[in-house]
Design a protein around this ligand. Structure first.
Ligand code: PRP
Length: 225
């Protein structure tokens, strides 16, 4: 059995933009991982031996899975994935970056389809969020079509009337002749924790949460762990 003091605390980070921002935030509270700084590396797991920390990079939708099953103690992932998957993890912190909005989007003339509660087709990478919004909030029966990316294609090629998707700058919509028709909710990066790890590694994890919370409240006052 692995002795508790030799145990690594493992972070699952969302590959891409969120990972970079997460690592720079962690660095500000003294959690540094030199190995992650090699931009050309294809390596997936990084270790800080001195602090007994491990970091790995995963696809966003998989981060809550790693954390729920305990393969990672801590994860950083967009709120969109947490809403979509409803995994059994603790959401402990809004990290304040990766801010964007979940919206119903489409061509301007699709607005009337939303007003008249028509039976419409909705394409989305987020069928659970889309269903919850249309069925439970708008009480509108719709046909939801799951896509895996480039969702803006839906209304353009005639697959769907509207889409439910993330809007950040709005430029993807604009360049494709679409617009925000209704806003569902704001989104941002969240820190999540495995439920067992929260008990077994309470002190270590609480220390990280508290330091991050202080840093987010007072960005100039970060202290080393
Ligand atoms: C996301 C989202 C939109 C776009 C929004 O897609 O699904 O397409 O970003 O960003 P914007 O408002 O700044 O233009 P992503 O880049 O993750 O790729 P995907 O289409 O393959 O999901």
């Amino acid at each position: 059995m692995i002795m508790k003091e030799n145990r690594y605390l493992t972070f699952a980070l969302t590959k891409g933009r969120l990972a970079g921002k997460t690592l720079s935030l962690l660095e500000q509270i003294g959690i540094d991982c030199e190995q992650t700084k090699d931009r050309d590396s294809r390596k997936l797991v990084f270790v800080n031996e001195a602090l007994k920390l491990k970091f790995f990079l995963a696809k966003g939708p998989d981060v809550p899975t790693y954390v729920e099953y305990g393969a990672a103690d801590i994860g950083v992932v967009g709120k969109d994935e947490l809403l979509e998957q409803g995994r059994r993890v603790y959401e402990v912190l809004d990290l304040g970056f990766g801010r964007c909005r979940m919206c119903v989007c489409g061509p301007a003339d699709a607005k009337k389809l939303l007003r008249h509660h028509e039976m419409i087709r909705v394409a989305s990478k987020y069928p659970v969020i889309a269903k919850d919004y249309f069925y439970n909030k708008k009480h509108q029966t719709v046909d939801i079509i799951k896509l895996n990316g480039s969702v803006e294609l839906g209304p353009i090629v005639g697959l769907s009337d509207v889409i439910v998707d993330i809007v950040e700058t709005g430029s993807t919509l604009k360049e494709n002749g679409l617009e925000v028709l209704e806003e569902i909710c704001p989104l941002s990066a969240r820190m999540i924790v495995n439920r067992v790890s929260m008990q077994m590694e309470y002190e270590k994890i609480q220390e990280i949460i508290l330091k991050l919370r202080h840093l987010l409240e007072d960005p100039k006052g970060g202290e080393a762990i």
